[in-house]
Design a protein around this ligand. Structure first.
Ligand code: AKG
Ligand code: FE2
Length: 292
């Protein structure tokens, strides 16, 4: 189904990919977009959760400029440096430099204020494979049985980036990011069910990449609950998938989605550039942020 975001002005075209999430956006050049088009993209980002733009002509400078029009940018990553001195905001994932993301995750949930969203550009794509998948954490929450939702509402989880990034941080001797200084990656707590700060919708906010355990239950119970949530989050009906071509751009709301980059392209090189939008502290149902 195709619909125009803001008839009668034909700002851009939004083609939905799933009932709840995913959209192909056409009719906008991300380098020369008007303010009205940027506003339409920003609201589609929240509404559709992951947006795909095709054959765009962004370079590092214009990717950063675009990001600043959508929100506030953080530096590249709490642990990993930007691509060069002129682009401290750009985080490169290069298969030739161990840049893989083949674990379901939500970006940087191991800090107090995880990103609002990310904007990813395909710089070099493999001849085959290398698709990325996004899961809708709100559709997953709402399709859990009611008693399970009620249980999830009460839970708090610990998020810890040490396994993925602790080694790199130690090598760098610490870093500062988004107004916080990190000598070590201290685990943080977030509610298992997050209320979206813009829509009020609720979603599961745990991910296999960074959630270490659930607070106040046994290790056995924590493992079982997380496996239940992960299995449910990643059901095929909660997922949209993108096959990349050079120049494609994906933008996702990191408060309501998880993603996974398929590592199925053999020795081909794959290079992606990401910029990251500053977010706020997750808030649970009927309560504030989790206490650390
Ligand atoms: O390489 C990809 O497709 C996604 C990588 C990733 O996880 C990210 O950019 O946050
Ligand atoms: Fe990611």
């Amino acid at each position: 189904m195709s619909l125009t975001a803001s008839a009668p002005f034909d700002l851009l075209t939004i083609e939905r990919l799933g009932v709840h999430h995913g959209a192909r956006i056409t009719g906008v050049d991300l380098v020369t977009a008007t303010d009205e088009q940027i506003a339409a993209v920003r609201s589609a980002l929240v509404e559709r959760k992951v947006l795909f733009f095709f054959g765009q002509r962004l370079d590092p400078d214009s990717q950063v400029r675009l990001g600043r029009r959508i929100g506030e940018l953080t530096p590249s990553h709490p642990v990993v440096r930007g691509i060069d001195e002129d682009h401290p905001e750009i985080y490169a994932l290069d298969a030739a430099d161990n840049g893989f993301a083949d674990v379901w995750h939500t970006d940087v949930t191991f800090v107090r204020r995880p990103p609002l969203g990310s904007i990813l550009r395909a710089v070099q794509v493999p001849e085959v494979g290398g698709d990325t998948q996004w899961a809708d954490a709100e559709a997953a929450y709402s399709s859990l049985a009611e008693p399970v939702r009620r249980l999830a509402d009460q839970l708090t989880a610990v998020h810890d980036g040490t396994r993925e990034f602790g080694y790199y941080l130690a090598q760098r001797g610490g870093n500062s990011w988004d107004d916080e200084t990190y000598a070590r990656l201290e685990p943080v707590q977030h509610p298992v069910v997050r209320v979206h700060p813009e829509t009020g919708r609720t979603g599961l906010f745990v991910n296999p990449g960074f959630t270490s355990h659930i607070v106040g239950v046994s290790e056995f119970e924590s493992r079982g609950l997380l496996d239940l949530f992960y299995g449910h989050l990643t059901k095929p009906e909660h997922i949209v998938r993108h096959h990349w071509r050079p120049g494609d751009v994906a933008m996702w709301d990191n408060r309501s989605t998880l993603h996974y980059a398929n590592r199925d392209y053999g020795d081909f090189r794959r290079i992606m550039h990401r910029i990251t939008l500053r977010g706020d502290e997750p808030v649970g149902r009927g309560r504030g942020p989790a206490h650390r």
